[in-house]
Design a protein around this ligand. Sequence first.
Ligand SMILES: Cc1cc2nc3c(=O)[nH]c(=O)nc-3n(C[C@H](O)[C@H](O)[C@H](O)COP(=O)(O)O)c2cc1C
Length: 407
Amino acid sequence: MTATVVPDLSPSFAPLRLGSGHRLANRWGVAPLTNQQSHSDGTLSEEELRWLAMRGAGGFGLTMTCAAHVMAVGQGFPGQLGIWGDQHLPGLRRLAGALRASGTVSLVQLHHAGFRAPPSLTGRAPVGPSSDASTGAVALTLAEVVDVRDAFIAAAVRAQQAGFDGVELHGAHGYLLCSFLSPGENRRSDAYGGSLEARWRLLFEILDGVRAACGTGFLVAVRISPERFGLDVREQLALFAALDARGDVDLIDVSMWDVFKRPEDPAFADVDLLTAYTALRRRHSRLAVAGKIATPAEVAAVIAAGAAVALLGRGAILHHDFPRRAAVEATFCPRSLPVPATVLADEGLSPTFIDYMRRWKGFVAEAEPSLDDEGRRWSERRDSNSRPSAPKADALPGCATPRWQGD
Ligand SMILES: Cc1cc2nc3c(=O)[nH]c(=O)nc-3n(C[C@H](O)[C@H](O)[C@H](O)COP(=O)(O)O)c2cc1C
Protein backbone atom coordinates (compact mmCIF):
# COMPACT_ATOMS: atom_id res chain seq x y z
CA MET A 1 0.00 0.00 0.00
CA THR A 2 1.41 3.43 -0.92
CA ALA A 3 1.21 6.26 1.61
CA THR A 4 -0.95 9.26 0.66
CA VAL A 5 1.21 12.33 0.00
CA VAL A 6 -0.37 15.33 1.69
CA PRO A 7 0.47 18.60 -0.10
CA ASP A 8 1.76 21.52 1.96
CA LEU A 9 -1.09 23.99 1.72
CA SER A 10 0.27 26.52 4.20
CA PRO A 11 1.58 28.97 1.53
CA SER A 12 -1.90 29.03 0.00
CA PHE A 13 -3.31 30.13 3.35
CA ALA A 14 -0.84 32.99 3.79
CA PRO A 15 -2.45 36.45 3.56
CA LEU A 16 -1.70 38.68 0.60
CA ARG A 17 -1.45 42.48 0.60
CA LEU A 18 -2.12 44.21 -2.71
CA GLY A 19 -0.94 47.57 -4.01
CA SER A 20 -4.26 49.25 -3.26
CA GLY A 21 -3.86 48.20 0.37
CA HIS A 22 -6.44 45.41 0.35
CA ARG A 23 -5.54 42.28 2.25
CA LEU A 24 -6.68 38.88 1.07
CA ALA A 25 -6.95 36.40 3.94
CA ASN A 26 -5.56 33.66 1.69
CA ARG A 27 -4.64 32.85 -1.91
CA TRP A 28 -7.86 31.10 -2.88
CA GLY A 29 -10.17 33.01 -5.22
CA VAL A 30 -13.54 32.42 -6.86
CA ALA A 31 -13.06 32.95 -10.61
CA PRO A 32 -15.68 35.04 -12.40
CA LEU A 33 -18.52 32.65 -13.22
CA THR A 34 -21.48 33.47 -15.44
CA ASN A 35 -24.52 31.85 -13.92
CA GLN A 36 -27.52 33.44 -15.65
CA GLN A 37 -29.34 33.91 -12.35
CA SER A 38 -29.96 37.67 -12.53
CA HIS A 39 -33.29 39.19 -13.49
CA SER A 40 -33.80 39.97 -17.18
CA ASP A 41 -33.13 43.68 -16.53
CA GLY A 42 -29.75 42.84 -15.01
CA THR A 43 -30.77 43.44 -11.41
CA LEU A 44 -29.57 41.05 -8.75
CA SER A 45 -31.74 38.08 -7.80
CA GLU A 46 -31.88 36.26 -4.48
CA GLU A 47 -30.36 33.22 -6.24
CA GLU A 48 -27.31 35.16 -7.40
CA LEU A 49 -26.88 36.70 -3.96
CA ARG A 50 -27.12 33.32 -2.24
CA TRP A 51 -24.73 31.52 -4.54
CA LEU A 52 -21.95 34.10 -4.20
CA ALA A 53 -22.49 34.85 -0.50
CA MET A 54 -22.04 31.12 0.17
CA ARG A 55 -18.62 31.26 -1.55
CA GLY A 56 -17.56 34.31 0.44
CA ALA A 57 -18.57 32.53 3.64
CA GLY A 58 -16.82 29.37 2.44
CA GLY A 59 -13.36 30.76 3.06
CA PHE A 60 -12.29 32.20 -0.29
CA GLY A 61 -9.96 35.16 0.18
CA LEU A 62 -11.20 36.74 -3.05
CA THR A 63 -14.64 36.51 -4.64
CA MET A 64 -15.47 37.83 -8.09
CA THR A 65 -18.92 38.26 -9.55
CA CYS A 66 -19.80 36.88 -12.95
CA ALA A 67 -19.07 39.08 -15.93
CA ALA A 68 -21.38 42.09 -15.44
CA HIS A 69 -22.20 44.12 -18.54
CA VAL A 70 -21.30 47.79 -18.53
CA MET A 71 -23.64 48.74 -21.40
CA ALA A 72 -27.06 47.34 -22.20
CA VAL A 73 -25.86 46.62 -25.74
CA GLY A 74 -22.84 44.75 -24.36
CA GLN A 75 -24.92 41.97 -22.83
CA GLY A 76 -23.54 38.52 -23.57
CA PHE A 77 -25.86 36.15 -21.73
CA PRO A 78 -29.47 35.89 -20.66
CA GLY A 79 -29.79 36.49 -16.94
CA GLN A 80 -26.51 38.39 -16.87
CA LEU A 81 -25.80 40.72 -13.95
CA GLY A 82 -25.93 44.36 -15.07
CA ILE A 83 -23.91 47.32 -13.85
CA TRP A 84 -24.78 49.73 -16.64
CA GLY A 85 -27.31 51.84 -14.76
CA ASP A 86 -28.06 53.20 -11.31
CA GLN A 87 -31.08 50.89 -11.16
CA HIS A 88 -28.58 48.10 -10.52
CA LEU A 89 -27.15 49.78 -7.43
CA PRO A 90 -29.55 48.49 -4.74
CA GLY A 91 -28.88 44.86 -5.67
CA LEU A 92 -25.16 45.43 -6.04
CA ARG A 93 -25.12 47.05 -2.58
CA ARG A 94 -26.73 43.97 -1.05
CA LEU A 95 -24.23 41.70 -2.77
CA ALA A 96 -21.23 43.80 -1.73
CA GLY A 97 -22.56 43.96 1.82
CA ALA A 98 -23.00 40.19 2.04
CA LEU A 99 -19.51 39.55 0.68
CA ARG A 100 -17.94 42.11 2.99
CA ALA A 101 -19.68 40.58 5.99
CA SER A 102 -18.13 37.21 5.13
CA GLY A 103 -14.60 38.64 5.15
CA THR A 104 -13.81 37.97 1.48
CA VAL A 105 -12.41 40.70 -0.78
CA SER A 106 -15.01 41.38 -3.47
CA LEU A 107 -14.67 42.36 -7.12
CA VAL A 108 -17.19 42.96 -9.89
CA GLN A 109 -16.00 41.71 -13.26
CA LEU A 110 -16.73 44.43 -15.84
CA HIS A 111 -17.64 43.15 -19.27
CA HIS A 112 -18.80 44.08 -22.74
CA ALA A 113 -19.49 41.06 -24.94
CA GLY A 114 -18.47 42.77 -28.22
CA PHE A 115 -18.54 40.25 -31.08
CA ARG A 116 -20.18 37.78 -28.75
CA ALA A 117 -23.25 39.88 -27.82
CA PRO A 118 -26.26 38.00 -29.26
CA PRO A 119 -28.66 40.26 -31.24
CA SER A 120 -31.51 38.27 -29.67
CA LEU A 121 -30.55 39.88 -26.35
CA THR A 122 -29.42 43.33 -27.41
CA GLY A 123 -31.70 43.99 -30.38
CA ARG A 124 -28.81 45.07 -32.58
CA ALA A 125 -25.82 43.67 -34.44
CA PRO A 126 -22.79 42.92 -32.29
CA VAL A 127 -19.94 45.42 -32.30
CA GLY A 128 -16.18 45.12 -32.35
CA PRO A 129 -13.05 47.05 -33.16
CA SER A 130 -13.59 46.09 -36.81
CA SER A 131 -16.44 44.58 -38.73
CA ASP A 132 -16.57 40.81 -38.69
CA ALA A 133 -18.36 38.77 -41.32
CA SER A 134 -18.61 35.59 -39.26
CA THR A 135 -20.59 37.28 -36.45
CA GLY A 136 -22.15 40.10 -38.49
CA ALA A 137 -20.42 42.57 -36.15
CA VAL A 138 -20.03 46.19 -37.11
CA ALA A 139 -17.01 48.33 -36.28
CA LEU A 140 -17.44 50.87 -33.50
CA THR A 141 -17.05 54.48 -34.57
CA LEU A 142 -14.46 56.56 -32.76
CA ALA A 143 -17.21 58.26 -30.74
CA GLU A 144 -18.63 54.86 -29.78
CA VAL A 145 -15.19 53.68 -28.58
CA VAL A 146 -15.13 56.69 -26.27
CA ASP A 147 -18.63 55.74 -25.05
CA VAL A 148 -17.42 52.22 -24.28
CA ARG A 149 -14.44 53.60 -22.36
CA ASP A 150 -16.69 55.89 -20.34
CA ALA A 151 -19.18 53.10 -19.67
CA PHE A 152 -16.44 50.91 -18.14
CA ILE A 153 -15.31 53.81 -15.95
CA ALA A 154 -18.87 54.65 -14.88
CA ALA A 155 -19.44 50.97 -14.03
CA ALA A 156 -16.31 50.93 -11.86
CA VAL A 157 -17.61 53.99 -10.02
CA ARG A 158 -20.93 52.19 -9.51
CA ALA A 159 -19.09 49.14 -8.11
CA GLN A 160 -17.31 51.42 -5.67
CA GLN A 161 -20.54 53.18 -4.70
CA ALA A 162 -22.11 49.78 -4.08
CA GLY A 163 -19.33 48.91 -1.64
CA PHE A 164 -17.21 46.45 -3.63
CA ASP A 165 -13.48 46.41 -2.94
CA GLY A 166 -12.71 46.70 -6.61
CA VAL A 167 -13.28 45.60 -10.19
CA GLU A 168 -11.75 43.29 -12.72
CA LEU A 169 -11.71 44.46 -16.35
CA HIS A 170 -12.60 41.51 -18.57
CA GLY A 171 -9.96 41.70 -21.28
CA ALA A 172 -10.09 37.99 -22.16
CA HIS A 173 -12.00 35.33 -24.09
CA GLY A 174 -12.69 37.25 -27.29
CA TYR A 175 -15.02 39.81 -25.70
CA LEU A 176 -14.78 43.48 -26.61
CA LEU A 177 -11.63 44.54 -24.74
CA CYS A 178 -9.86 41.36 -25.86
CA SER A 179 -10.81 42.04 -29.49
CA PHE A 180 -9.23 45.46 -29.29
CA LEU A 181 -5.97 43.89 -28.06
CA SER A 182 -6.03 41.26 -30.79
CA PRO A 183 -4.01 41.75 -34.00
CA GLY A 184 -6.29 39.17 -35.59
CA GLU A 185 -9.52 41.03 -34.73
CA ASN A 186 -8.54 44.70 -34.55
CA ARG A 187 -7.90 46.14 -38.01
CA ARG A 188 -8.60 49.78 -37.14
CA SER A 189 -6.44 52.51 -38.56
CA ASP A 190 -7.30 55.20 -35.99
CA ALA A 191 -5.80 55.78 -32.53
CA TYR A 192 -7.26 52.46 -31.27
CA GLY A 193 -5.78 50.12 -33.87
CA GLY A 194 -2.56 49.31 -35.65
CA SER A 195 0.48 49.39 -33.37
CA LEU A 196 0.64 47.47 -30.13
CA GLU A 197 0.22 50.63 -28.08
CA ALA A 198 -2.78 51.66 -30.16
CA ARG A 199 -4.50 48.29 -29.67
CA TRP A 200 -3.79 48.52 -25.92
CA ARG A 201 -5.07 52.11 -25.77
CA LEU A 202 -8.70 51.36 -24.92
CA LEU A 203 -7.76 49.11 -21.98
CA PHE A 204 -5.16 51.58 -20.72
CA GLU A 205 -7.50 54.57 -20.99
CA ILE A 206 -10.09 52.66 -19.00
CA LEU A 207 -7.46 51.92 -16.34
CA ASP A 208 -6.47 55.60 -16.25
CA GLY A 209 -10.11 56.63 -15.91
CA VAL A 210 -10.91 54.08 -13.20
CA ARG A 211 -7.92 55.13 -11.13
CA ALA A 212 -8.74 58.82 -11.56
CA ALA A 213 -12.38 58.28 -10.58
CA CYS A 214 -12.01 55.63 -7.86
CA GLY A 215 -8.68 56.53 -6.29
CA THR A 216 -5.61 54.54 -5.30
CA GLY A 217 -7.36 52.54 -2.58
CA PHE A 218 -9.68 50.81 -5.07
CA LEU A 219 -8.60 47.32 -6.14
CA VAL A 220 -8.17 47.05 -9.91
CA ALA A 221 -7.57 43.74 -11.67
CA VAL A 222 -7.32 42.92 -15.36
CA ARG A 223 -8.15 39.55 -16.90
CA ILE A 224 -6.27 38.62 -20.07
CA SER A 225 -6.06 35.55 -22.28
CA PRO A 226 -2.58 34.23 -23.04
CA GLU A 227 -3.53 32.94 -26.49
CA ARG A 228 -6.36 32.26 -28.99
CA PHE A 229 -8.89 34.88 -30.16
CA GLY A 230 -6.42 36.14 -32.75
CA LEU A 231 -3.96 37.04 -29.98
CA ASP A 232 -0.22 36.69 -30.23
CA VAL A 233 1.45 34.78 -27.38
CA ARG A 234 4.48 37.08 -27.31
CA GLU A 235 2.30 40.21 -27.35
CA GLN A 236 0.25 38.98 -24.44
CA LEU A 237 3.42 38.40 -22.41
CA ALA A 238 4.45 41.97 -23.30
CA LEU A 239 1.00 43.22 -22.29
CA PHE A 240 1.44 41.57 -18.90
CA ALA A 241 4.76 43.39 -18.46
CA ALA A 242 3.23 46.70 -19.58
CA LEU A 243 0.30 46.33 -17.17
CA ASP A 244 2.73 45.62 -14.35
CA ALA A 245 4.91 48.58 -15.33
CA ARG A 246 1.95 50.95 -14.98
CA GLY A 247 2.26 50.45 -11.22
CA ASP A 248 -1.47 50.78 -10.57
CA VAL A 249 -2.83 47.34 -11.46
CA ASP A 250 -3.24 45.19 -8.35
CA LEU A 251 -3.83 41.86 -9.99
CA ILE A 252 -3.32 40.49 -13.47
CA ASP A 253 -5.52 37.44 -13.91
CA VAL A 254 -4.35 35.20 -16.73
CA SER A 255 -7.19 32.97 -17.87
CA MET A 256 -5.34 29.90 -19.10
CA TRP A 257 -8.18 27.34 -19.23
CA ASP A 258 -5.54 24.81 -18.17
CA VAL A 259 -2.61 26.21 -16.24
CA PHE A 260 -0.48 23.14 -16.95
CA LYS A 261 -0.99 23.12 -20.72
CA ARG A 262 1.51 24.35 -23.26
CA PRO A 263 0.64 27.23 -25.59
CA GLU A 264 -0.98 26.23 -28.89
CA ASP A 265 1.67 28.20 -30.80
CA PRO A 266 4.50 25.67 -31.33
CA ALA A 267 7.06 28.48 -31.06
CA PHE A 268 6.18 28.75 -27.35
CA ALA A 269 5.53 25.10 -26.62
CA ASP A 270 8.68 24.56 -24.57
CA VAL A 271 7.02 25.56 -21.27
CA ASP A 272 3.51 25.40 -19.86
CA LEU A 273 1.42 28.54 -19.54
CA LEU A 274 1.89 28.75 -15.78
CA THR A 275 5.68 28.70 -16.14
CA ALA A 276 5.58 31.24 -18.98
CA TYR A 277 3.78 33.74 -16.74
CA THR A 278 5.40 33.01 -13.38
CA ALA A 279 8.77 33.56 -15.10
CA LEU A 280 7.82 37.18 -15.84
CA ARG A 281 9.15 39.91 -13.62
CA ARG A 282 6.53 41.54 -11.41
CA ARG A 283 7.26 44.80 -9.68
CA HIS A 284 3.82 46.09 -8.85
CA SER A 285 1.13 43.61 -9.83
CA ARG A 286 0.36 40.17 -8.48
CA LEU A 287 -0.38 37.21 -10.73
CA ALA A 288 -3.67 35.35 -10.50
CA VAL A 289 -4.21 32.26 -12.63
CA ALA A 290 -7.22 30.15 -13.54
CA GLY A 291 -7.65 26.94 -15.47
CA LYS A 292 -8.35 23.44 -14.28
CA ILE A 293 -7.01 24.04 -10.79
CA ALA A 294 -9.08 21.24 -9.39
CA THR A 295 -7.47 19.91 -6.21
CA PRO A 296 -5.74 21.27 -3.11
CA ALA A 297 -2.49 19.85 -4.49
CA GLU A 298 -2.97 21.89 -7.67
CA VAL A 299 -3.64 25.05 -5.64
CA ALA A 300 -0.43 24.35 -3.73
CA ALA A 301 1.43 23.75 -7.01
CA VAL A 302 0.41 27.04 -8.64
CA ILE A 303 1.25 29.02 -5.50
CA ALA A 304 4.59 27.23 -5.19
CA ALA A 305 5.25 28.07 -8.85
CA GLY A 306 4.92 31.77 -8.06
CA ALA A 307 1.30 32.73 -8.71
CA ALA A 308 -0.11 34.88 -5.91
CA VAL A 309 -3.73 33.76 -6.25
CA ALA A 310 -5.28 30.52 -7.51
CA LEU A 311 -8.69 31.19 -9.01
CA LEU A 312 -11.13 28.29 -8.95
CA GLY A 313 -14.03 28.12 -11.36
CA ARG A 314 -15.59 24.68 -11.40
CA GLY A 315 -13.98 23.78 -8.06
CA ALA A 316 -15.77 26.71 -6.44
CA ILE A 317 -19.05 25.58 -8.00
CA LEU A 318 -18.56 22.05 -6.65
CA HIS A 319 -17.72 23.16 -3.11
CA HIS A 320 -18.81 26.53 -1.77
CA ASP A 321 -16.38 25.97 1.12
CA PHE A 322 -13.47 24.44 -0.79
CA PRO A 323 -10.75 26.47 1.03
CA ARG A 324 -12.29 25.94 4.44
CA ARG A 325 -12.52 22.20 3.88
CA ALA A 326 -8.97 22.02 2.53
CA ALA A 327 -7.71 23.94 5.56
CA VAL A 328 -9.12 21.54 8.08
CA GLU A 329 -9.06 18.18 6.26
CA ALA A 330 -5.53 17.28 5.25
CA THR A 331 -6.72 14.81 2.64
CA PHE A 332 -9.73 16.75 1.32
CA CYS A 333 -10.53 15.93 -2.30
CA PRO A 334 -13.22 17.59 -4.36
CA ARG A 335 -16.10 15.66 -5.81
CA SER A 336 -15.55 13.75 -9.02
CA LEU A 337 -17.42 14.77 -12.14
CA PRO A 338 -20.15 14.47 -13.19
CA VAL A 339 -22.16 15.57 -10.14
CA PRO A 340 -25.89 15.11 -9.60
CA ALA A 341 -28.05 18.21 -9.87
CA THR A 342 -29.20 17.69 -6.29
CA VAL A 343 -25.63 18.15 -5.07
CA LEU A 344 -25.31 21.38 -7.03
CA ALA A 345 -28.60 22.58 -5.55
CA ASP A 346 -27.19 21.94 -2.08
CA GLU A 347 -24.14 23.95 -3.10
CA GLY A 348 -26.37 26.95 -3.74
CA LEU A 349 -27.01 26.74 -7.51
CA SER A 350 -30.52 27.53 -8.69
CA PRO A 351 -32.20 25.34 -11.36
CA THR A 352 -31.26 27.99 -13.96
CA PHE A 353 -27.58 27.82 -13.07
CA ILE A 354 -27.67 24.02 -12.98
CA ASP A 355 -29.17 24.06 -16.49
CA TYR A 356 -26.38 26.34 -17.64
CA MET A 357 -23.83 23.94 -16.17
CA ARG A 358 -25.34 21.16 -18.32
CA ARG A 359 -23.67 22.91 -21.26
CA TRP A 360 -20.28 22.26 -19.68
CA LYS A 361 -19.37 18.83 -20.88
CA GLY A 362 -19.26 16.19 -18.21
CA PHE A 363 -20.21 18.45 -15.31
CA VAL A 364 -23.81 17.59 -14.40
CA ALA A 365 -24.76 13.93 -14.11
CA GLU A 366 -27.58 12.96 -16.41
CA ALA A 367 -30.79 11.74 -14.84
CA GLU A 368 -31.15 8.02 -14.32
CA PRO A 369 -31.35 6.46 -17.81
CA SER A 370 -34.91 5.51 -18.65
CA LEU A 371 -36.12 3.12 -21.32
CA ASP A 372 -37.71 4.61 -24.43
CA ASP A 373 -40.54 3.12 -26.49
CA GLU A 374 -38.19 0.80 -28.28
CA GLY A 375 -36.74 -0.48 -25.05
CA ARG A 376 -33.38 1.18 -25.52
CA ARG A 377 -31.77 3.49 -23.06
CA TRP A 378 -32.05 7.06 -24.34
CA SER A 379 -28.45 7.69 -23.45
CA GLU A 380 -27.34 5.08 -26.00
CA ARG A 381 -29.12 6.98 -28.76
CA ARG A 382 -27.37 10.24 -28.14
CA ASP A 383 -24.33 11.53 -29.84
CA SER A 384 -21.40 10.17 -27.91
CA ASN A 385 -19.85 13.66 -27.90
CA SER A 386 -22.59 14.92 -25.65
CA ARG A 387 -22.04 12.31 -22.99
CA PRO A 388 -20.13 13.13 -19.84
CA SER A 389 -16.49 12.33 -20.34
CA ALA A 390 -14.70 9.81 -18.19
CA PRO A 391 -12.58 11.12 -15.36
CA LYS A 392 -8.86 11.29 -15.95
CA ALA A 393 -6.41 10.46 -13.16
CA ASP A 394 -4.78 13.37 -11.38
CA ALA A 395 -1.04 13.57 -11.91
CA LEU A 396 -0.35 15.58 -8.75
CA PRO A 397 -0.01 14.05 -5.29
CA GLY A 398 -2.55 14.21 -2.52
CA CYS A 399 -5.76 13.62 -4.42
CA ALA A 400 -6.91 10.96 -6.80
CA THR A 401 -9.71 13.19 -8.03
CA PRO A 402 -9.79 13.84 -11.78
CA ARG A 403 -8.65 16.98 -13.48
CA TRP A 404 -11.52 18.51 -15.49
CA GLN A 405 -12.04 17.41 -19.06
CA GLY A 406 -12.83 19.79 -21.90
CA ASP A 407 -14.00 23.38 -21.70
C1 LIG B 1 -19.90 28.19 -15.81
C2 LIG B 1 -18.74 29.07 -16.15
C3 LIG B 1 -18.94 30.42 -16.30
C4 LIG B 1 -17.86 31.27 -16.58
N1 LIG B 1 -18.06 32.60 -16.65
C5 LIG B 1 -17.01 33.44 -16.79
C6 LIG B 1 -17.18 34.84 -16.72
O1 LIG B 1 -18.27 35.36 -16.47
N2 LIG B 1 -16.09 35.61 -16.89
C7 LIG B 1 -14.85 35.08 -17.13
O2 LIG B 1 -13.88 35.83 -17.29
N3 LIG B 1 -14.66 33.75 -17.18
C8 LIG B 1 -15.70 32.92 -16.98
N4 LIG B 1 -15.50 31.58 -16.97
C9 LIG B 1 -14.13 31.06 -16.94
C10 LIG B 1 -13.70 30.86 -15.47
O3 LIG B 1 -13.56 32.11 -14.82
C11 LIG B 1 -12.36 30.08 -15.38
O4 LIG B 1 -11.33 30.87 -15.87
C12 LIG B 1 -12.42 28.77 -16.11
O5 LIG B 1 -13.60 28.08 -15.78
C13 LIG B 1 -11.25 27.87 -15.77
O6 LIG B 1 -11.27 27.54 -14.41
P1 LIG B 1 -11.77 26.08 -13.89
O7 LIG B 1 -11.08 25.08 -14.73
O8 LIG B 1 -11.36 26.08 -12.44
O9 LIG B 1 -13.25 26.03 -14.08
C14 LIG B 1 -16.57 30.72 -16.73
C15 LIG B 1 -16.39 29.35 -16.59
C16 LIG B 1 -17.44 28.53 -16.28
C17 LIG B 1 -17.19 27.05 -16.05
